[in-house]
Design a binder for this molecule. Structure first.
Ligand code: UDP
Ligand code: GLC
Length: 388
């Protein structure tokens, strides 16, 4: 099976990291087309996955774009569609991994003609997307996609709630290779020493700096925790959220947390950093579609506290595999952090259970097998309908 993958981003977000894992088994028979250049291209090249950057001009549609702004972006999208139509002649199906990729892929699928699969990794709710963007995504998916893969039940439910056709959806959780999180050379003590974190209870936050990812909630919680509780914020503003970054730095000053918070920027060495933490916090204030960091924390055998909205509640069970708290409730978060600091024996058992479950439930080989089966079904249906 030959697949033409489409992704709008050149940057390394969770959608792109997940797509890398999905594309790996097809590296002899696929092409990943990006609508922007960046470190995502480099990662694909490192894994010998064929990649082509189709556009260098930015498509100016944001998650809250109005109808007019969306229309204005058509001039940037038309040449992309033409390129994808041409490329698609050499592939069996088009696989759109992001919303702008859906727009391009849907229109290209008419002219190629090739079946379209949409891997939906976003919660299509008013919290995350403008009405126009939601309507565009739903209309195109309903009309042109043979299959919509959603990264959680919550993502699937939001798609259906927004008017998406339930019968074309399938839930496939993100997959992870457990061995990648089990590296022995990572020496947590050394990492802690290098970061000046010795003797602290370290809470790690691994996410792009963006207001809905809620780093400000962790800072608020930190101010309510014992003084030896320190946070490392790993990640950068990927999509122009510079105001929020500035706000976080101000908040650190206002709360007097200068000695207790480190901003480490975007890092590729997530595993040693996670292993150097005593607890990982996920703090999104709006529904998280899946939340790779949660499973990664479990695979790194670190306790996880996560914000209970969206797909997260499908990943974590309080007191069994981690702890959930109400989105935005910094007081509750502070209480959980303090309990974990005070009761390491209690935490250890939960970490063990979470590790076992994460290996069982989110195995990359199983995910890829599930996707492969679904794609073969799509191809089969498409061949049958062409014969008719
Ligand atoms: N991540 C990373 N470097 C960083 C911060 C985050 O590689 O500095 C990774 C993190 O380990 C996770 C992904 O980025 O695999 C983020 O995915 P997630 O699903 O948690 O959230 P998203 O940003 O996609 O909404
Ligand atoms: C998106 C979502 C995130 C999910 C990732 C991979 O970036 O925001 O929750 O884990 O896609 O599917």
């Amino acid at each position: 099976m030959k697949i033409l993958f489409l992704d709008q981003s050149g940057k390394l977000g969770g959608a792109e990291l997940s797509l890398t894992d999905v594309a790996k088994p097809y590296k002899e028979n696929c092409l990943v087309c990006l609508f922007a250049d960046g470190s995502f291209r480099e990662l694909l090249e490192q894994h010998h996955i064929p990649v082509q950057v189709l556009a260098t001009q930015k498509i100016n549609v944001s998650k809250d774009s109005t109808f007019l702004a969306s229309l204005a972006s058509i001039s940037a999208i038309v040449p992309l569609i033409a390129k994808v139509v041409k490329l698609a002649q050499n592939y069996d199906l088009i696989y759109a991994n992001t919303q702008k990729a859906l727009v391009v892929g849907a229109l290209a699928s008419i002219f190629s003609p090739r079946p379209l699969v949409y891997h939906l990794r976003d919660i299509l709710s008013a919290d995350h997307f403008s009405r126009t963007n939601r309507r565009i995504a739903i209309t195109l998916a309903n009309r042109f996609a043979s299959l919509v893969i959603t990264n959680s039940k919550a993502t699937q439910a939001a798609f259906i709630e927004a008017g998406g056709r339930a019968e074309i959806t399938e839930v496939v959780y993100n997959g992870f290779e457990p061995n990648n999180y089990n590296i022995q050379e990572a020496n947590p003590h050394q990492v802690r020493q290098q970061l000046g974190l010795d003797g602290q209870f370290v809470v790690g936050h691994f996410s792009r700096l963006s207001s809905w990812k809620g780093q400000h909630i962790l800072l608020e919680a930190l101010a309510q925790c014992p003084r030896d509780v320190t946070a490392i914020l790993v990640g950068d503003a990927l999509f122009g959220e510079q105001d929020y970054v500035q706000h976080l730095h101000q908040q650190v000053g206002q709360l007097g947390l200068e000695e207790r918070v480190r901003f480490l920027g975007f890092r590729l060495d997530i595993v040693p950093l996670m292993k150097a933490c005593d607890l990982i916090a996920h703090t999104s204030t709006s529904a998280e579609p899946f939340g790779r960091v949660i499973v990664e924390a479990m695979l790194c055998e670190r306790p996880i506290v996560a914000s209970a909205a969206g797909g997260v509640v499908e990943l974590v069970e309080t007191d069994k595999t981690g702890w959930l708290f109400s989105p935005g409730d910094s007081q509750q978060l502070a209480q959980i952090i303090t309990t974990c600091r005070n009761q390491p024996e209690y935490t250890a058992n939960i970490v063990h259970q979470a590790h076992i479950q994460a290996i069982q439930r989110f195995k990359l080989t199983a995910t890829n097998q599930q996707i492969s089966q679904l794609l073969y079904q799509v191809l089969e249906k498409s061949t049958q309908s062409q014969k008719r």
